[in-house]
Every structure is written in structure tokens, then in C-alpha cells.
Design a protein around this ligand. Structure first.
Ligand SMILES: Nc1nc2c(c(=O)[nH]1)N=C([C@H](O)[C@@H](O)CO)CN2
Length: 119
């Protein structure tokens, strides 16, 4: 099964980072997410209830990430992937989580992980 549902450029403010200045105020994170899901069933029924609802996933991640206080992007990415697999029935997930402007010499920094049956 090769179908995907995706979310690109999801922007969420979060308290994250290992340095003192990063822990004083939330800063923007960006997420690009690909979720393995069989889209043939919702394509036939035309019903949102049969689909992997990218809006619901986005809102849930905004709520979840807003409550977290992790040091590392690795930890937050892992938790977000687990949430998507556990709550939304995706077969697998590829998730890029990055911090635009985290420091002056790079446009963005972060991680990409794949969990579940993604390949
Ligand atoms: N592999 C990682 N390296 C670094 C992280 C991280 O979360 N994962 N975090 C930092 C700082 O918080 C950084 O964002 C500040 O520039 C450094 N390295």
C-alpha cells in the first residue's frame, strides 16, 4: 500500500531546547508529516469518517505540542509519531520536525524519523 495523507509546514509554537534562552518563551517549530493510509476506502465512500483527517491530526498536534517542555527535537518527534500511530490509525509515519532560525548560521535544524510500516 503506497497511499499517503500529508501535512506540510504545520507551524506550532513550543517551549523546546537545551539552552536557557530557549526555555524562556515559546518559539515556532515546523512539521512536515507523511502518513501511510489506505485512501481507496474514503475515495469510494466520499466520507470524512473513513479518511485520515489531516485537519484533526493537525489540531491534535498543536494541542499536544503546546503542552510539552522537551529538551530535544528527537523526543518531541518521537512522541508526535506515537500519537499519530496510536490515535489516528496511520500504518506508518514519516515526520520532519525542525526549528527555523534556531541559530544564525543555519536556515533550519531538526530531525526526520520514520515509524511504523512506512517503506
Ligand atoms: N540532535 C540535536 N541537536 C541539538 C538539539 C536537538 O534537539 N537535537 N538542540 C539544540 C539546541 O536546543 C539548539 O536548538 C539551539 O541552537 C542543539 N543541538
Amino acid at each position: 500500500m503506497t497511499d499517503l495523507v500529508f501535512i506540510e509546514g504545520l507551524r506550532v509554537d513550543a517551549l523546546i531546547g537545551v539552552y536557557e534562552h530557549e526555555r524562556r518563551a515559546p518559539r515556532p517549530l515546523l512539521l512536515d508529516i507523511q502518513m501511510r493510509f489506505d485512501n481507496s476506502i474514503p475515495a469510494l465512500s466520499d466520507a470524512l469518517a473513513d479518511a485520515l483527517d489531516y485537519h484533526a491530526v493537525s489540531m491534535r498536534l498543536v494541542e499536544f505540542i503546546g503542552q510539552t517542555r522537551f529538551n530535544l527535537v528527537e523526543t518531541l518527534a518521537e512522541q508526535c509519531a506515537a500519537l499519530i500511530l496510536g490515535e489516528f490509525g496511520a500504518a506508518g509515519v514519516r515526520l520532519k520536525l525542525h526549528k527555523p532560525g534556531a541559530f544564525e548560521h543555519a536556515a533550519s535544524v531538526g530531525v526526520v524519523i520514520e515509524r511504523g510500516r512506512f517503506a
